[in-house]
Design a protein around this ligand. Structure first.
Ligand SMILES: Cc1ncc(COP(=O)(O)O)c(C=O)c1O
Length: 448
């Protein structure tokens, strides 16, 4: 661990720690497929995918080839001032892959955060309304608009106000830890009733431009709404002319067993926001929306000098080709189903596991101190991650209470790697339940 510890030490002196949620001193020196090697030559299996980014695996050869060949042609062109074909090819692909049988246009950016800011700008300019509704527990990023939409932790906003005005937050349908203390389906979707009350008593619906939603909340700890939920929300939005903005930055591109997670509910959004896995890790985001909305936006409302970077576009086109050809949405669903089954078996062995939930290969393992009270077991989750890392598995914990193990490997992970990783996970949980991971490791972990 000599080299790793030395780099971490230097990092702590020179890099802003405002972007770091520390887990363990992993210093990446190489990655391929579902494997990572650290600076001291240790090998790991990847259950994190660089935060749901490397959906087709690290350094996929086709993506590497596309990057190399484009870098030799031209590395930069500002989309604002002249044309090139790559963003056009990519936009045509994105328009046909995203749900919604209507004419679409695409606006590019660089990060999931700026896609969220763009969505606010688009919604306000297209509707002439100002108010935006978002969900408690959501994470949308850290630019001012995205930060305002987010409600994942009060710490991320501390001292940064005033944030954007006219953004309202409502409870997300979390059926394991219901904010109203109710049980589904007996609750009759009380959280929907809350939204209706808000529109009746506090916010005039005809002043609301958009609802921005994660179809499955990711960083909140993989919260999957009940089956008819988004259908009903869409109906309410349509009734009042509120745009339904589907934020798929984490859930998009095959991760949940569909190309886009909203397809699990069969709802057509007015806009889809994507980033993370689109270019296998090169910076890129996109807003894909109805043409008639985009046509009401005036330039340069959403222009970035390095948007639709040619190398990122080439990487994105290659990434989408791999996803389509290998039908990775189907693979995610199949492999995810198997992983869920294995994790549910572990519930029989470990009381520490309160719930296993997710879709495809976006899975959360919710650790609890007591299955009856569902009290979150954050320290235990951190210790499991630490021990897993020591044994060769990269995994983090997240969630509203920081107690959910995040299972999100590359969708291309091989069977043997998967078995090894699940074995490490089981051993690590066993170690923690037997008190074999000391409290001292927690000192190093700022974490979620
Ligand atoms: C759902 C969701 N939206 C937006 C973001 C922000 O993306 P970025 O970090 O690329 O700005 C994230 C990042 O974790 C996310 O999970």
């Amino acid at each position: 661990m000599k080299k790793c510890l030395e780099v971490v030490e230097r990092d702590r002196r020179v890099i802003s720690q405002a972007s770091r949620l520390a887990y363990y001193p992993l210093v990446v020196s190489r990655a391929e497929g579902a494997k990572i090697w650290d600076a001291d030559g240790n090998e790991y299996i990847d259950f994190l995918s660089g935060a749901a980014v490397t959906n087709i695996g690290h350094c996929h050869p086709e993506v590497v080839r596309a990057i190399e060949s484009q870098a030799k042609r031209f590395i930069h062109n500002t989309l604002g001032y002249s044309y090139y074909e790559l963003p056009v090819i990519l936009a045509e692909r994105l328009a046909s892959l995203t749900p919604g049988g209507f004419r679409k246009r695409v606006a590019f950016g660089l990060s999931g955060s700026d896609a969220n800011d763009g969505a606010i700008k688009l919604a306000r300019s297209a509707t002439g309304r100002q108010k935006i509704i978002s969900y408690l527990g959501s994470y949308h990023g850290t630019t001012y608009g995205a930060l305002t939409l987010s409600a994942a932790s009060p710490h991320m906003k501390r001292g940064l106000g005033p944030l954007l005005p006219e953004v309202y937050h409502i409870p997300y349908p979390d059926c394991y830890r219901c904010p109203f203390g109710l049980e589904h389906p007996g609750c009759g979707l009380h959280c929907l009733g809350y939204m209706k009350e808000l529109l009746r008593l506090l916010i005039p619906p005809d002043e609301v431009a958009a609802l921005v939603l994660e179809p499955i909340q990711g960083d909140a700890g993989v919260i999957v709404p009940p089956q008819d939920f988004w259908v009903e929300v869409k109906r309410i939005c349509e009734e009042h002319g509120i745009l339904f903005i589907d934020e798929e930055v984490q859930t998009g591109f095959c991760r949940t067993g569909r190309w886009f997670a909203i397809e699990h509910w069969g709802v057509e959004p007015d806009a889809v926001l994507v980033a993370k896995p689109i270019a296998s890790g090169l910076p890129m985001s996109a807003i894909i929306s109805r043409s008639e909305l985009m046509e009401r936006w005036s330039a340069p409302a959403h222009l970035f000098t390095t948007e639709a970077n040619p190398v990122s576009c080439a990487a994105a086109i290659a990434t989408l080709e791999v996803m389509e050809r290998e039908r990775l949405h189907e693979r995610a669903e199949r492999v995810g189903g198997y992983v869920m089954k294995r994790l549910e078996e572990l519930m029989g062995r470990f009381e520490l596991i309160g719930e296993v939930r997710g879709r495809g290969l976006l899975i959360g393992v919710d650790l609890v101190k007591d299955r009856r009270t569902r009290e979150p077991a954050r320290a235990e989750a951190l210790k499991v991650c630490w021990r897993a890392w020591e044994r060769g598995l990269v995994m983090i914990s997240f969630g509203r209470f920081g107690n959910v193990l995040r299972i999100a490997p590359p969708l291309t992970i091989g069977n043997e790697e998967l078995e090894r990783a699940l074995g490490i996970l089981e051993e690590s949980i066993d170690d923690v339940t037997k008190g074999r991971v000391p409290d001292t490791v927690l000192r190093e972990m700022s974490a979620w």
